[in-house]
Design a protein around this ligand. Structure first.
Ligand SMILES: [Zn+2]
Length: 457
């Protein structure tokens, strides 16, 4: 299997492979801002990235993947939340970090190997800004804020094609009113934000005065610290493509003088009932709200994977019902598999991995999976099926197992065996038992009858 994934920078499908001779695949995924519970739109990105992580592990080996995902724990939103609640910033961000971790665990997302925080990497960010100042890519404004000079980076806009968009619409590079006066050019963005009264105690010393880092620089600094100057894959939701990822490229490449990431991948938005999620529409679901409605976190994971990750997906409560039912089918199927490995078993599920490795064609993988499941459990290897469950991240133990009803053919076979046994035709009875075993069923004999159960590992 080789994993091919769409690259947002070259706009083509490219194979994922580690560039460094140590064979470690370096993977950076922009993480959450920890000031409130993440909503299901956020989790679509994290669940899709979890599939990428799992495929990378299957392809290169679990110890050959290094996955870094940051926590944004200082910005306007986190500071506002702390101020509104009259609590220290760290108190608020720790609370929501713990909640994010609990939600990720419920959704069976593998934790990243390193989860750095912005406030834990202030010196690294200051160092990077200092290099950008020295190289002439940044300047200090009158108020003590430091800005990146977008015109100093020739390749700016290559990822988002923002300059082309600007020529077409004249509005792509808009200044935010708050800092418009301080900047030399409207397209410049903040690397360091001078302290304002509303920031309270949330400020650090720097060569340019007290303040806090701009948002974009944290990912450049933390990626460099934990993965090196050039990484293999950088991902995030499509909303981060511009300006966040464009700015990360500009900062990292100007500072380091090396390419930043070999590959860029963006997953698309989640819609709810066909509409954009928003507080005013009341459709910003959290995991807890869906659990309170009686849905399992695994059903949410499944529902978030129902569409192609590079296409918008419309989520609905109906899709959760469908997900619950699909997972129960998988659970029943797994219970009917026995633990013996068979020669043909490894190829049974190959179409699923082929689909996943083909630009994360998850709908294609689901289609292939249910084609196999609908053929029945006979001859299918449990370990091979569990590898599929690992790739998709489905934790079936968390679901309730409905009683398993034996198909009509199995019931008939059992009746024939019972009759043979009553007639003392033991060779015949053994042959029927063998047929039942092959089909994945066990017949438990009692004095005056029998029962059927799916074979378990
Ligand atoms: Zn980022």
């Amino acid at each position: 299997m080789s994993i091919r994934l769409y690259d947002s920078l070259t706009r083509s499908l490219c194979e994922l492979r580690p560039a460094q001779p140590d064979g470690i695949f370096r993977f950076y995924n922009c993480g959450p801002t920890v000031y409130a519970p993440a909503h299901i739109g956020n989790f679509r990105t994290f669940v899709v990235n979890d599939i990428i992580r799992r495929l990378l592990e299957l392809e290169f080996g679990a110890n050959k993947v290094k996955h870094v995902r940051n926590l944004t724990d200082v910005d306007d939103k986190t500071i506002k939340r702390a101020r509104d609640e009259q609590r220290p910033l760290a108190d608020v961000t720790q609370q929501w970090t713990a909640k994010f971790h609990a939600d990720c665990a419920s959704l069976n997302c593998l934790p990243p190997h390193v989860e750095p925080t912005a406030t834990g990497h202030i010196p690294e960010q200051v160092d990077m800004i200092a290099v950008l100042m020295k190289k002439g890519n940044a300047y200090r404004a009158a108020d003590g804020s430091v800005y990146f000079k977008v015109n100093s980076f020739e390749a700016y806009g290559a990822l988002s094609r923002v300059k082309e968009r600007e020529l077409q619409t004249g509005s792509a590079l808009k200044a935010t009113p708050a800092d418009a006066d301080e900047k030399e050019d409207v397209s410049d963005f903040a690397l360091w934000k001078a302290h304002k009264p509303e920031d309270g105690a949330n400020a650090w010393d720097s060569p340019w005065g007290r303040g806090r880092p701009g948002w974009h620089i944290e990912c450049s600094a933390m990626s460099k610290k934990h993965l090196g100057e050039t990484i293999d894959l950088h991902t995030g939701g499509v909303d981060l493509l511009f300006p966040h990822h464009e700015n990360e490229i500009a900062q990292s490449q100007c500072c380091n003088g090396t390419p930043f990431s070999h590959h860029w991948y963006h997953s698309e938005h989640l819609l709810v009932d066909g509409k954009k999620m928003s507080k005013s529409l009341g459709n910003l679901y959290t995991l807890d709200e869906l659990v309170a409605k009686g849905f399992s976190p695994m059903a949410l994971r499944y529902a978030l994977l129902m569409g192609h990750p590079r296409k918008q997906l419309s989520f609905s409560l109906d899709s959760l019902h469908a997900a619950e039912s699909a997972l129960k089918t998988l659970r029943t199927y797994r219970a009917a598999l026995d633990g013996r490995s068979r020669a043909e078993a490894t190829t049974t599920f190959a179409p699923i991995f082929t689909a996943l490795a083909d630009d994360l064609n998850i709908p294609g993988a689901f289609g292939a999976l249910f084609t196999i499941v609908n053929r029945g459990p006979a001859g299918v290897d449990l370990a091979a099926f569990d590898r599929v469950l690992f790739a998709l991240g489905f934790q079936l133990a968390a679901l309730d197992l409905p009683p398993v009803e034996a198909p009509a053919a199995i019931v008939t076979l059992a009746a024939k065996r019972w009759a043979a046994k009553q007639a003392k035709d033991f060779a015949g009875a053994d042959a029927y038992r063998q047929e039942l075993t092959t089909a994945g069923w066990n017949m438990k004999d009692a004095k005056d009858g029998y029962s059927l159960e799916p074979l378990k590992p």
